[in-house]
Design a protein around this ligand. Sequence first.
Ligand code: SAH
Length: 246
Amino acid sequence: MTNANMVFDRFKSLAEVPDQSLSRNSTRHRRPEATEQTYTDQRHQMVQRQVVARGVTDDAVLQALETVPRHRFVAANLTHLAYRDAPLPTSHGQTISQPYVVAFMTAAAGLSPQSRVLEVGTGSGYQTAVLAELAAEVYSVELLPDLAQQAQATLAQLDYGNVHVKQGNGYEGWADYAPYDAIVVTAAPTRIPAALVDQLALGGRLVVPVGYSSQTLLVVTKRATGLATEYTIPVRFVPMVGEGEK
Ligand code: SAH
């Protein structure tokens, strides 16, 4: 038996110990308590196997992913899945993006410690936190009031003082703090929202998944001569809703 199998078997046998505190009829099982060190180790593996292995090598981005406690952004009953190579459901039918996609989008935004960033689609706040590790200020707009409030609370608990979340419609951007050096959109419109291009600084980058049920991640750079658009990886985000609504 390989070492990996032994570890797996040990985990399995622990996971299958029934939780004595639950009622006799319950089919729920007790999972071993994860420690912060377990999460730190899982995070390191996530970065190496999911992100570096797929070609994202920007040191600052990798460091941000090593730092942000992704398990704090998922529901309590899903923390054991937080570092998987997959998106996960959040409340209200939304998702927290796959770690690799977060890393790719963050690298594509081309941030510096002076950058001011707008994010559209706060969701759980995980991508927001990753951006906040790298940029000076992050402004994030979320359509659903409950999610905006929840993300704001999580980010405050984790002491992200450079993050500003508001409930609003991302099709309008957030004009008060424009222009932005980067705009990262984590819900999919079917075409590029005009207000976001307006609120982008000259030389700034807009990272946005455009399309219907599956999309292409576009990286749009605003130049004096016009927009330069790069088509990058295929992605699958929830739709950006509320176009034309205030
Ligand atoms: N970045 C998130 C993933 C967000 S999922 C994370 O890391 O967890 C997409 C989010 O976009 C959802 O929360 C959804 O409610 C939000 N959204 C959809 N349309 C929007 C709009 N027009 N303006 C702002 N947010 C929107």
